[in-house]
Design a protein around this ligand. Structure first.
Ligand code: HEC
Length: 177
């Protein structure tokens, strides 16, 4: 009898050990490690926080970044992005008569109104990042650098509509009709 009990106990113990072994091997998630940490948990399975965006994608949790340097290339990028994302409501000149507005969407203020002419460039960046009233956020579609590029282009649009002919360089003035 004692032998039977001992055998049963032995088998139970063995199966418990086996269970422990399975638990150690079962599928589980790796913990997040900060992107800037030299973690020893390196390798392909290492998860990094914040998630690193793949090329040509916008991270969902894109965080506001400082403004990149203002260059002609940034302005050109801003014009391109503005015309894709903002013209449907704000229009090509920024006066708020985009195609959707002509079809009944609430009309945004003109970028040439005094209040917005006096607003700092970062205001345009912030509105594109967080949304504003009836306008929703663009942070999940337009990356941070592109939002700055758009903000810079809005500044250029404002200048284009609010500069006296007399202030223009002579070469440009000659081309005016
Ligand atoms: C679907 C239409 C729509 C699109 C697209 C749109 N906006 Fe707007 N925007 C609005 C409306 C409507 C308002 C006014 C919201 C309000 O006052 O409630 C507004 C307001 C603004 C303002 C003024 C905020 C203020 O201080 O009064 C800025 C700046 C602005 N938008 C920037 C942008 C930029 C940059 C983009 C492109 C990334 C963009 N918008 C795309 C509809 C749009």
């Amino acid at each position: 009898m004692n032998r039977v009990v001992a055998l049963v106990l032995l088998l139970c113990g063995a199966s418990l050990l086996a269970a422990c072994d399975n638990m150690a091997k079962q599928p589980r998630d790796k913990t997040w490690t900060p992107a800037d940490t030299n973690s020893t948990d390196a390798g392909p399975e290492r998860k990094v926080w914040p998630p690193q965006p793949a090329p040509n994608t916008v991270a969902r949790e894109d965080r506001p970044q400082p403004a990149p340097a203002l260059t002609p290339a940034l302005l050109a990028r801003g014009k391109e992005r503005y015309e894709i994302y903002c013209t449907p409501c704000h229009g090509y000149l920024g006066d708020g008569d985009g195609m959707i507005v002509r079809r009944g969407f609430p009309r945004p203020p003109s970028f040439h109104a005094e209040a917005l002419r006096n607003a700092p460039t970062r205001h345009f960046y912030k509105v594109a990042t967080n949304g504003w009233g009836a306008m929703y956020s663009y942070a999940d579609r337009v990356a941070s650098d592109d939002r700055w590029a758009i903000a810079a282009y809005i500044r250029a649009l404002q200048t284009s509509q609010n500069t006296a002919a007399a202030e223009l360089p002579e070469t440009v003035r000659g081309t005016l009709r």
